[in-house]
Design a protein around this ligand. Structure first.
Ligand SMILES: [Zn+2]
Length: 211
């Protein structure tokens, strides 16, 4: 059977089955949630990956630089958070290249990871990702933190889904609104880290899964 990988290209959705988790935050930078999350990650000495929207990188360059300075991975999440499956090859190329240039210019390092908005990949993505040298990432589970169900509920949803090698999808921004409120996710984070450690997990660097 022809799998999705044959059509859309490979996507990393889980790490090796060690007691290790990979935290990822999408759609930032965000003026309130990103600094709050960075502070918690620093206090807990936890690495994470941030898949940034190029437009938000341009709006909040100092936040993108703070993420880089803290040593976290930064990935490309398109310039305008578009749904790739609805677009043609020219627009997809522009979206990837603009965000690539924004991240490179602002943080001083070109990204080597890409994640499609909503996980919606396109057949046009594969050759482009190869050309730009990207590893394409999905996720093992998300918890719909964007619906803002409350910090305790976000924490609970992560706790019940934890499994070896999981790439956890969370959000420090709103793909369509640079002012979007993601503070519930920030508030949930200390509990998420505590729960994971109590279950014996450590936190890995997503970059170690780049191929
Ligand atoms: Zn997104």
């Amino acid at each position: 059977m022809m799998g999705l990988d044959a059509l859309f290209g490979p996507s990393v959705e889980r790490g090796p089955r060690a007691r290790r988790l990979y935290l990822t935050f999408d759609d930032g930078p965000n003026a309130r949630a990103t600094p709050a999350i960075l502070e918690i990650l620093a206090a807990e000495r936890v690495p994470a990956a941030f898949f940034m929207v190029g437009r938000h990188v341009r709006l909040f360059p100092s936040l993108a630089r703070q993420v880089r300075a803290a040593g976290h991975d930064i990935g490309n999440h398109t310039q305008h958070h578009i749904k790739l499956h609805l677009r043609g090859p020219r627009r997809i190329r522009a979206e990837l290249e603009e965000a690539h240039a924004a991240i490179d210019a602002v943080t001083g390092r070109p990204p080597c990871a890409f994640r499609a908005p909503h996980g919606l990949r396109s057949p046009f993505l594969r050759p482009l990702a190869r050309e730009l040298g990207y590893t394409v990432f999905g996720w093992t589970f998300g918890v719909f933190d964007t619906a803002r169900p409350g910090a305790e509920e976000i924490r609970r949803r992560v706790r019940v889904r934890l499994r070896r090698g999981a790439i956890v999808l969370l959000h420090d921004g709103d793909g369509y609104d640079p002012e979007g409120d993601r503070m519930q996710t920030a508030e949930a984070l200390p509990g998420i880290i505590r729960d994971a450690r109590e279950k014996g997990y450590e936190f890995g660097v997503l970059g170690e899964l780049v191929r």
